[in-house]
Ligand binder design. Sequence first.
Ligand code: CTP
Length: 397
Amino acid sequence: RLGQVAQDLGLDVFAVGGFVRDLLLNKQNLDVDIVVEGDGIAFAAEFARRFDCRIRTHRKFGTAVLIFPDQFKVDVASARTEYYLEPGALPTVEHAPIKLDLYRRDFTINTLAIALNGSHFGELYDFFGAQRDLQEKAIRVLHNLSFVEDPTRVFRAIRFEQRLGFRIGVHTEQLLRSAMRMGFLDKIGGHRVWNELVLIFKEANPLPAVLRMADLDLLEYLHPDLLLEKRAKKLFANARQAIDWYRLLFTGEPCRHWLVYFLCLLTDLDDQAVASLCQRLVVAPRLQQIFTVEREAAHRATNLIFWRRMHTAPPRPSEIYDWFQPLATEVLLYAMARSNNEQVQRCLSSYFTHLRSVQCELVGSDIKQLGIAPGPIYKEIFQRLLAARLDGELVTR
Ligand code: CTP
């Protein structure tokens, strides 16, 4: 249908980028990117008019998103043709607009295009050696200034390399290292670095990419104390176990695995270093709270459980509840991964499997019936009742 609309408007339309790359690699990718030689917004508007879908446009960038009724999205971009209208401007290059559009991209493997209309339908366009690099499993830039033009590509190179099991090409790695040495990463805002880090940590298994970041001195760049010790591997493996355990037991409950892994990365940083890293990367306030306040609270609680076990009586269930209840699931899973003490592990798992769902069955009207006037005392009564229930002192209503 995209091809049909393009044909009717006399435009050439291509599927491009990651979608085509993954098609050739036989990997699923539902992020469909379309480039139109001409006005992409007009194309998208005509498509939306004919078929049942909404459109969101970004005029400044000449892009649009087609949103189908089932929320499936197609990104549409415009390859500018006006540059080629003047006599002599790249006259001999067939499909110069799409070629130039692809030339601006990060790595050769992302420069494939498939024609979607007319007699060319289904034809693969490979202007920059993408098929060769897919075969050689190489991440290569298109030109020497790629990392200088967009330093976030340093992180993207690592992400693609590790996700696809490829290798950054020798020349590309040299360019990457020299862009870093020359401080180009400092020129992009901390929040852009953070966005790239999040994408890396959202990969199914981020450890290989983290090790590669260490190898390319990127961890040191993030913070000088961020040296990945040997035990990091064990920690990430433990984190994976804790995440799998949680997902198996509580299917469907949200668990942002990338947060657990990111907390593992921070494990050897002191509280001050974590706070300054969060500031530098312009991390959102809620996440900052998780990385600083909640992380510290989890460290304190697990140390306390350990200490109490050694020196006095083990903590009561109501105490465990009070320590863990304010903390995000991901912080608790990190604490689980980090602790090698059986007692701490047991407390965390009993919190997840039992304590956190214990509730006080009494409601306000029940207390009122006892002749107690509403006021702050109600909160105290609920808290005391819940504690009694948690500690097994109060079994029934
Ligand atoms: N791109 C780029 N430089 C960037 C970001 C993106 O050149 N800093 C280009 C890439 O060539 C990519 C396209 O824009 O193919 C779309 O970006 P994105 O959706 O991030 O890339 P995908 O390849 O689709 O990545 P993923 O598989 O992770 O979705």
